[in-house]
Design a protein around this ligand. Structure first.
Ligand code: DC
Length: 224
């Protein structure tokens, strides 16, 4: 049985998480937030005070770590039995994840953990290389992006809403730095798959983005 996979790749803050989660819910498919796997590994590495460039040591941590995902209205992640959800969204975690994600052996070690999510009746996979490396044969591929200024603005508003003090200029810089690192690394850089649908969400609402993605799937079902 060919299990359908929808990959949604793009830079951080483009709305991939929200869009992917809602689409998975609508279709009744499983959801893989691959960034949270890199983020969890970053937390484990920081906890063990291992240098973020030490590839062999980080590979060992990746092999040994036990991750549990509980997908409800929000995603709960447990690392070796401990709830690390609160730390997942921190900027320090995101930056550390982006650094260790550039290590090719680390990426190879995490491949199977990600592919294990492909289960009946379908999977929505969100990340940077879902359509180009992890699920190259996915039936549906989307590249979701937005301008750096718009993504920084969204992140700024999100933090403010949570009552967290934020600086728009600093957030813009961090986003641009992370984009550069994710796009320029040698191993599985963030690029659009040649067979992906390109969506720039800068001027779109979440609802219109979801509609565009669902169209892709529905069109396919209508074909003879
Ligand atoms: O999507 P995110 O912001 O949670 O991802 C955090 C970092 O993890 C991101 O900067 C790069 C890395 N990542 C990756 O290299 N490949 C993926 N498929 C997902 C995330």
């Amino acid at each position: 049985m060919n299990i359908p996979v929808l990959t949604i790749d793009g830079p951080s803050g483009a709305g991939k998480g929200t869009v992917s989660r809602l689409i998975a819910k609508k279709l009744g498919w499983h959801y893989l937030d691959s960034g949270s796997i890199y983020r969890s590994l970053a937390i484990a590495t920081l906890q063990q005070a291992v240098d973020l460039e030490k590839e062999a040591e980080i590979v060992k941590i990746a092999r040994d770590m036990a991750l549990e995902f509980e997908c409800g209205d929000t995603l709960i992640v447990k690392l070796d039995g401990k709830d690390i959800t609160d730390q997942l969204g921190l900027e320090t975690t995101g930056s550390a994840a982006s650094i260790i994600a550039a290590l090719p052996e680390v990426r190879r070690t995490l491949l199977q953990k990600q592919r294990d999510f492909k289960q009946y009746p379908g999977l929505v996979a969100d990340g940077r290389d879902m359509g180009t490396v992890v699920f190259t044969d996915a039936r549906y591929k989307v590249f979701l992006t937005a301008s750096a200024a718009e993504r920084a603005d969204r992140r700024y508003k999100q933090l403010k809403q949570k009552g967290i003090d934020a600086n728009l200029m600093q957030i813009t810089q961090e986003i641009e730095q992370r984009d550069f690192r994710d796009m320029s690394r040698a191993s599985a850089p963030l690029i659009m798959a040649s067979d992906a649908l390109y969506i720039d969400s800068s001027e779109m609402t979440i609802e219109t983005v979801i509609e565009a993605v669902l169209n892709l799937i529905h069109q396919d079902f209508l074909l003879p």
